[in-house]
Design a protein around this ligand. Structure first.
Ligand SMILES: [Zn+2]
Length: 268
């Protein structure tokens, strides 16, 4: 796999610019009494490393953006929130410099739900503010149709609600990637997010978006049921997540660069 940070400037100058550059992004926030505050970062980094290992000739892996947008978690000690506008500008600046160096394709892999809106703005701004010179897309992991089906096949927790945050899903993944950091004896089921038509929290939320302060919906910091998490579920979901990311890289590689990097002015 190719780690951007390990290349020299000459190697970066000469590398194939059609490779998809991968930018992982996460946050530092409480993840219940049983998982560390960098859970999103640990999982997202491993997923992107496995992606880069699976497609060594088609990708380049950037260092992770560790901090993210988590103002709703500030009632719990440990969260380090970055303003949404700071986060957007930070990611946009990285994307614009990649375009300046000639890279043509960028995939932002987000591992924290509330980064979703800022990351989406950032990926669009990168496209527009480089005049389309870098084709940039963003995604949340385990969010596509195939993944949603795979999740429903293996989950033991109730839908919706069992897989929100520090939940069955994240705990299962952590049992695979950093079992030494999982305190299963401290894991508690905590499912108090409102549940109504179109309003629910799970790995993919309901269509009606609503995020109150975390301390109003969770006593432990958890939203979901981590007590049913297993390494077996984690192994399965890790594979599904990496397969999904590989597919997304392939999609980005299939985009016709000449078509989407050339604007057409219809004014005259
Ligand atoms: Zn998380």
């Amino acid at each position: 796999m190719v780690n951007y940070e390990e290349l020299t400037w000459e190697e970066i100058r000469d590398i194939d610019k059609d490779r998809v550059v991968i930018l992982p992004i996460a946050t530092i926030e409480d993840h219940g009494p049983h998982l560390p505050v960098n859970t999103d970062g640990i999982i997202t980094k491993v997923l992107c490393e496995k992606l880069a290992e699976s497609m060594p000739d088609e990708t380049i892996l950037l260092p992770i953006v560790t901090y993210g947008y988590s103002p709703h978690h500030e009632d719990f000690p440990g969260s380090l929130n970055i303003g949404y506008d700071t986060l957007i500008r930070y990611v946009v600046d990285i994307g614009k410099d990649l375009a300046k160096h000639g890279f043509k394709r960028l995939l932002i892999v987000n591992g924290h739900g509330s980064n979703g809106a800022p990351v989406e703005i950032a990926h669009k701004r990168i496209n527009y503010e480089t005049d389309g010179k870098i084709l940039c897309a963003s995604c949340f992991y385990l969010s596509g149709d195939k993944s949603v089906k795979a999740i429903s096949k293996v989950r033991k927790s109730k839908f919706p609600g069992g897989m929100g945050h520090a939940c069955e899903l994240e705990t299962s993944l952590m049992l695979v990637v950093r079992p030494d950091l999982v305190k299963m004896d401290k894991a508690r089921k905590d499912m108090n997010y409102p549940e109504d038509t179109d309003l629910f929290m799970d790995w993919s939320d309901g269509a009606l978006s609503f995020m109150p302060f975390w301390s109003t919906i969770s006593e432990t910091g958890t939203a979901g049921d981590p007590t049913v998490a297993t390494k077996k579920t984690g192994d399965f979901l890790l594979k599904v997540a990496v397969d999904e990311l590989c597919e997304r890289v392939k999609i980005l590689r299939r985009l016709d660069y000449n078509k989407y990097s050339k604007r057409v002015d219809h004014h005259s």
